[in-house]
Design a binder for this molecule. Structure first.
Ligand code: ADP
Ligand code: MG
Length: 238
C-alpha cells in the first residue's frame, strides 16, 4: 500500500501563493522524484504530504483515506531529512529502535525489527557503535533504518544526500534505489539534481515556481520534454 493522491492542493504563506492548486497521483510502489530549482516548492509539497505543513486548499489521500486533518505520526509515512539528527549518546541499535520505544513496543519485538532493518541496510556489524564512530554514509543508513522499522507505507526523502561528498552520494543513491527494488514501497524523493532524478525515478515531477511543468518517466522527459523549461532543466537537446 502507499498510493498518494493530491487533489487541488495549494499553499500560501501569508499573501504569497507558493503553490497554486495542483493535482498529482503517486501510484503504490512508485519511486517518484520531485525535481526543480531551489525555492520552487518541493519541500513545501513534501511537508504537506507528511502533514508537517497545513494545506491552504485541497485534500490529500493516502490509500483512499483523506488524511488532510490526520497528524503526521498517524499517516503511516516515514520522512528522511537532509540533516539526519541521530542521538550521539545512543548506539546504532538504540537509535534505530527509538521510534518503536516511543510506541512502547515489546523489547524483543523491537530487537527483531531493528536487526531486520540493520540487515537490509548492511549495518548488522555496527549495532553497538555510536554515531561518532560511523562514516557519513553509515550515519545516513542509520537514519533510514529508523524510518524502516516502523514499516511505513511510503518513504519521503528531502534532499537526503546533499550533505554528503560526491563519491558517497553516488553510493547512497544506489543503496536507496536497491532498497526500493527490495521493498517495493512507495518513495517520494525531493532533489534539485537532475542526474539524481533521471537515474533514480520511475516518475519525475518537474516543478517550477510551484507549478508542475511535466510528469513522466525519465525517458518521456528526455525524449518528449513538454516545454523549454523541462528541456533546459533535463539538459536534453532542444
Ligand atoms: P524548495 O524545497 O523547492 O527549495 P520550498 O518549498 O522550501 O522550496 O519553498 C518554496 C517557497 O516558499 C520559497 O519561495 C520559500 O521562500 C517559501 N517558503 C517556504 N517555507 C516558508 C515559510 N515557512 N514561510 C514563508 N515562506 C516560505
Ligand atoms: Mg527544499
Amino acid at each position: 500500500m502507499g498510493r498518494i493522491v493530491l487533489d487541488q492542493v495549494s499553499k500560501k504563506f501569508g499573501d504569497v501563493e507558493v503553490i497554486p492548486p495542483l493535482d498529482l497521483t503517486i501510484e503504490d510502489g512508485e519511486f517518484a522524484v520531485f525535481v526543480g530549482p531551489s525555492g520552487c516548492g518541493k519541500s513545501t509539497l513534501l511537508r504537506m504530504i507528511a502533514g508537517l505543513e497545513d494545506l491552504t486548499s485541497g485534500n490529500i489521500e493516502i490509500d483512499s483515506e483523506v488524511v488532510t486533518e490526520v497528524p503526521p505520526s498517524k499517516r503511516g509515512l516515514a520522512m528522511v531529512f537532509q540533516s539526519y539528527a541521530l542521538y550521539p549518546h545512543m548506539t546504532v541499535r538504540k537509535n534505530i529502535g527509538f521510534p518503536l520505544r516511543m510506541e512502547k513496543m515489546a523489547p524483543d519485538e523491537i530487537d527483531k525489527r531493528v536487526e531486520a532493518a540493520a540487515q537490509s541496510l548492511n549495518l548488522i556489524d555496527y549495532l553497538d557503535r555510536k554515531p561518532g564512530q560511523l562514516s557519513g554514509g553509515q550515519r545516513q543508513r542509520v537514519a533510514i533504518g529508523r524510518a524502516i522499522v516502523r514499516d511505513p507505507s511510503a518513504f519521503l526523502f528531502d534532499e537526503p544526500l546533499s550533505n554528503l561528498d560526491a563519491a558517497l552520494r553516488v553510493g547512497m543513491r544506489l543503496e536507496i534505489s536497491e532498497m526500493h527494488e527490495r521493498m517495493q514501497t512507495t518513495m517520494i524523493y525531493v532533489t534539485h539534481d537532475q542526474v539524481e532524478a533521471m537515474t533514480m525515478a520511475n516518475k519525475i515531477v518537474v516543478l517550477q515556481a510551484g507549478v508542475i511543468e511535466q510528469v513522466g518517466s525519465p525517458l518521456d522527459l528526455y525524449h518528449k520534454p513538454q516545454n523549454v523549461f523541462v528541456a533546459g532543466f533535463i539538459g536534453s537537446p532542444k
